[in-house]
Design a protein around this ligand. Structure first.
Ligand SMILES: Cc1cc2nc3c(=O)[nH]c(=O)nc-3n(C[C@H](O)[C@H](O)[C@H](O)COP(=O)(O)O)c2cc1C
Length: 206
C-alpha cells in the first residue's frame, strides 16, 4: 500500500502552493485508492528551531541519551518516521524572499540527521532515504525561469535539490506557478492563470 507525505509551508488560506498540493493529492488518491496520505502542515504547526539541548542530543550516541535528550528529539523522530514510512512526498512551497518559508527550513533542520537520514562512510556522506520520489510545488510572485534575468534569484530549487539529494532523494520534480503577482494585481484571472500549472501537477501525480 503506497503512502504519500503531504507537506505545506504557506501560512495563507488562499495560498497558491496549497491549491497545487491539494490537486496533487486528489489525483494521487484517485490512482492509489487504498493509499495513505500523511498530512503535515508546517505553517500551522511549525517545528521549533534547533537549540543547545537538541543539538547536544543529536551529538550524543542514541544509547547514551538522557530522558531529557530523548524528549528533545521526540518531534524530530516523529518527522523522520513519516519520511521513512512514505514512498512519495509532495511539498508545497511559497517563495519568501527568494527562498523557502522559514517553517520549511525548521522542518529540514529536524529531519536531516546523521545516522537517520544520512550517514558518513568511506566515500563521504550518503543519503539514507533511497527509492523515494518527491514533487515540489512552488508559487512565486515573480518569474524565475531558466534563461531569464531573474533566474539566479530563485534559491528554492537549487537549495532543495541539494538538501533533498543529501538525504538520498534524487528523483525530485519541480512544478512552479511563477508570476502570481499578476493575480494579486488583478491583471489575470486566478483560475485561468493556474490552469496549465494544475495540468502539470496532475500529470506528475498520475
Ligand atoms: C513574506 C513574503 C515574501 C515574498 N517574497 C517573494 C520573493 O522574494 N519573490 C517573489 O517572486 N515573490 C515573493 N512573494 C510572493 C509570494 O511568492 C507569492 O505570493 C506566492 O503566491 C506565495 O505562495 P502561496 O500563495 O502558496 O502563499 C513573497 C510573499 C510574502 C508574503
Amino acid at each position: 500500500m503506497a503512502t504519500l507525505l503531504h507537506l505545506d509551508s504557506s501560512p495563507l488560506e488562499s495560498s497558491i502552493s496549497r491549491e497545487l498540493t491539494r490537486e496533487f493529492v486528489k489525483t494521487w488518491k484517485a490512482k492509489h485508492t487504498d493509499g495513505t496520505v500523511i498530512v503535515r502542515d508546517l505553517a500551522a504547526h511549525p517545528a521549533k528551531p534547533l537549540d543547545a539541548q537538541s543539538i547536544g542530543a543529536i551529538y550524543t550516541p542514541a544509547a547514551g541519551r538522557t530522558p531529557e535528550q530523548k524528549a528533545a528529539l521526540a518531534f524530530s523522530d516523529e518527522l523522520i518516521g513519516e519520511l521513512k514510512k512514505a514512498d512519495e512526498y509532495v511539498i508545497g512551497v511559497a517563495m519568501h524572499n527568494f527562498s523557502i518559508p522559514s517553517v520549511l527550513k525548521l522542518w529540514i533542520d529536524q529531519v536531516v540527521r546523521s545516522g537517520e537520514t544520512f550517514s558518513y562512510g568511506e566515500g563521504g556522506a550518503q543519503g539514507l532515504l533511497q527509492g523515494k520520489k518527491a514533487t515540489v510545488l512552488i508559487a512565486s510572485g515573480g518569474v524565475y525561469e531558466a534563461g531569464t534575468p531573474a533566474a539566479g534569484f530563485n534559491h528554492i530549487e537549487p537549495y532543495l535539490r541539494t538538501i533533498l539529494g543529501f538525504i538520498g532523494l534524487t528523483d525530485v520534480k519541480f512544478v512552479t506557478a511563477g508570476g502570481v503577482a499578476q493575480i494579486m494585481t488583478g491583471a489575470v484571472d486566478r483560475e485561468a492563470f493556474l490552469k496549465p500549472t494544475l495540468e502539470q501537477v496532475r500529470s506528475q501525480a498520475a
